[in-house]
Design a protein around this ligand. Structure first.
Ligand code: GRF
Length: 194
């Protein structure tokens, strides 16, 4: 009997530098039969990133590069992306800035998740700044990556209400839960309307 083969999944690389909770959610989502992606590569800028544990746990190829030597690392990264037929890159807590040359090679195929309602609060320490400014709402954004920090086209956003006693740490935890749901939805959206 002929083997039933499902629709081809888009081979995806997830770039991390730290905890990797978004990475784990993306892996779990990609394992789902109906998911349009397969996470087949993990790239880390940090050899001690906790998220690298998921490479072993889920049997996914991993590579660690020192992005302080940017030109060299990006060259190596491009090569490994090509060898592994990667067509989509998801940045998930990746703390390095990619060069415009690298971004051009994957134009429209690099996504990032940021813990604020962009274009507000680009960059670091978003939750501290949101609380200091007494905002009523914050949230998270999945966007396409262009050569300017946290500035590419917005794919999806989720608004989150701050509580009266919100701290940077409680807000970070609250928003992270929403990030975990938003990233898969944004991938579905971008792959349905490339
Ligand atoms: C997330 O808050 C993400 O929005 C930001 O970095 C954090 C990464 O968390 N870019 P994790 O490593 O996925 O747990």
């Amino acid at each position: 009997m002929a083997k039933l083969i499902g629709p081809k999944k888009t081979k995806t690389a997830v770039f991390i530098s730290g905890t990797g909770s978004n990475l784990e959610k993306l892996i779990k989502y990609s394992i789902n039969k109906t998911s349009p992606i397969k996470v087949s590569l993990i790239i880390s800028s940090n050899a001690n990133a906790k998220g690298l544990e998921y490479a072993k746990l889920y049997n996914i190829k991993k590579k660690i590069y020192d992005y302080n030597k940017k030109k060299f690392s990006e060259k190596k990264t491009l090569k490994v992306l090509e060898t592994n037929h990667i067509k989509l890159i998801c940045l998930a807590g990746f703390m390095k800035i990619l060069s415009s040359n690298f971004i051009r090679k994957f134009k429209g195929k690099i996504l990032n998740i940021h813990p604020s309602l962009l274009p507000k609060y680009k960059g670091l320490k978003t939750h501290e700044r949101v609380i200091k400014n007494k905002e009523k709402y914050s949230g998270c954004t999945v966007h396409l990556v262009n050569s300017k920090l946290d500035s590419g086209k917005i794919v999806l956003q989720k608004r989150v209400k701050l509580s009266k006693k919100e701290t940077p740490s409680s807000l970070q935890k609250k928003i992270l839960k929403h990030e975990h749901r938003l990233y898969p939805k944004a991938i579905d959206k971008i792959l349905a309307n490339p």
